[in-house]
Design a protein around this ligand. Structure first.
Ligand SMILES: [Zn+2]
Length: 310
C-alpha cells in the first residue's frame, strides 16, 4: 500500500464555480475555498483563478504534495485537449500543460464524474467495494468506474459515459425520444438527468419545475408530480439494468442534485430486477456520502490513485 502524502490538494473546476480543498492523510479537509469561475473572461483567466486558489490554500497549510483537478468533459487521448467542458472557454486547450505551467509542477486532470466515483469508492458510500459505478444525475449525467480502488480509463477517455446510450426497452410513447445535449436523440441523459426529469414533467402538462420542486410536490400528494417521479425512476431502472448486466458492480453510487430524491433508492432496484439476468440482484444502489464535496475529494485523491490504463 503506497504511503498517503500529508497534503493532497483537489480542485473541482465547474462552469460556475471553482472549489479547492486540501486533505490530510485521514481524508479530513484542512483548508477549503470556493471562487466563481471567470468563464466569461476566457481560458487564461480561469487558469489564473485556479493558480490563485492553490496559492491561497498553500499559504494557509503549506505546499501540497500533489494536485489533482476534476472538470466536466474529457481529455482527448491523442492530443491532450479538453472536450465537452461546460466551462467552454477551456475546450480545445491542453489544460494539464496549462495548469502544470501555472503551478510549476505536475498536475493530474480527470473528468469530474471520475473524481466523484473515486471519492465515493475510497472513503464514501462505496468504501470497501470492489467494483463501483458512480453516476451523477444533475444538469447532465456523468459516470465513472473504479475497480479495486483504481479509476478505469480507456483509449478514448470516455469510460462510464452511459448517459449517451439510448434509453433501453423504450415504449412506443417514448419514441423517437427527446433531443440530447450531445446532438443525438433518446439518450439516457435526456430522460433521467435533472434536466430530463424537468422536461418530462413539462411535456406531461406540468409546470416548469426542477427535480427538487417536483419531489416536494410529489411528497405533498400532487398526482402529476408523483407520476413524473415514477416514470423517472422506472426509466433509470432500465438504464442501470444494462449497466449491471455489463459490469455487475457491487455498488452504484448516485450523486448530483437528483441524488436527494429518497424514493429513488427503493423504486429503482425494484424496477431493475426484471431486466437484470441475475436473481437475486446483489448490486446495491447508494446515495453519495460526501455529496457536493465528492468532486473536490476525488480530485485530491487522483494523483495517488494511478489510472489503470496508464
Ligand atoms: Zn446524448
Amino acid at each position: 500500500v503506497p504511503e498517503i502524502p500529508p497534503r493532497r490538494l483537489g480542485i473541482d473546476l465547474g462552469g460556475s464555480k471553482i472549489e479547492g480543498a486540501v486533505l490530510d492523510p485521514a481524508g479530513r479537509v484542512v483548508a477549503a475555498e470556493r471562487v466563481p469561475t471567470p468563464a466569461a473572461d476566457g481560458h487564461a483567466a480561469v487558469v489564473a483563478a485556479v493558480a490563485g486558489l492553490v496559492a491561497r490554500l498553500e499559504a494557509r497549510v503549506g505546499r501540497a504534495d500533489c494536485v489533482g483537478i476534476g472538470t466536466p468533459g474529457s481529455i482527448a487521448p491523442d492530443d491532450g485537449r479538453l472536450r465537452n467542458c461546460n466551462a467552454a472557454c477551456l475546450n480545445g486547450h491542453r489544460i494539464s500543460d496549462d495548469f502544470a505551467a501555472a503551478l510549476g509542477r505536475d498536475v493530474t486532470v480527470a473528468n469530474d464524474a471520475d473524481c466523484f466515483t473515486l471519492s465515493e469508492a475510497t472513503d464514501g458510500a462505496a468504501a470497501g467495494a470492489r467494483i463501483v459505478f458512480g453516476i451523477i444525475l444533475g444538469t447532465g449525467t456523468g459516470g465513472g468506474v473504479v475497480v479495486d480502488g483504481r479509476l478505469v480509463g480507456g483509449p478514448d477517455g470516455i469510460t462510464g459515459e452511459w448517459g449517451h446510450n439510448p434509453l433501453p426497452w423504450p415504449t412506443p410513447e417514448e419514441l423517437p425520444g427527446p433531443e440530447c445535449s450531445c446532438g443525438r436523440r433518446a439518450c439516457i441523459e435526456a430522460w433521467v438527468s435533472g434536466t430530463g426529469l424537468a422536461a418530462d414533467h413539462a411535456r406531461d402538462g406540468g409546470p416548469r419545475l426542477d427535480g427538487r420542486e417536483i419531489a416536494l410536490r410529489a411528497a405533498a400528494g400532487d398526482p402529476r408530480a408523483r407520476a413524473s417521479l415514477e416514470r423517472h425512476h422506472e426509466r433509470l431502472a432500465r438504464a442501470l439494468a444494462t449497466v449491471v448486466n455489463l459490469l455487475d458492480p457491487d455498488v452504484i453510487v448516485v450523486g448530483g442534485g437528483l441524488s436527494a430524491l429518497d424514493s429513488l433508492y427503493a423504486r429503482v432496484p425494484a424496477g431493475w430486477r426484471r431486466h437484470i439476468v441475475a436473481d437475486p440482484v446483489r448490486t446495491r444502489l447508494a446515495r453519495a456520502r460526501h455529496g457536493d464535496a465528492s468532486g473536490v475529494r476525488g480530485a485530491a485523491f487522483l494523483a495517488a490513485a494511478r489510472r489503470s490504463a496508464s
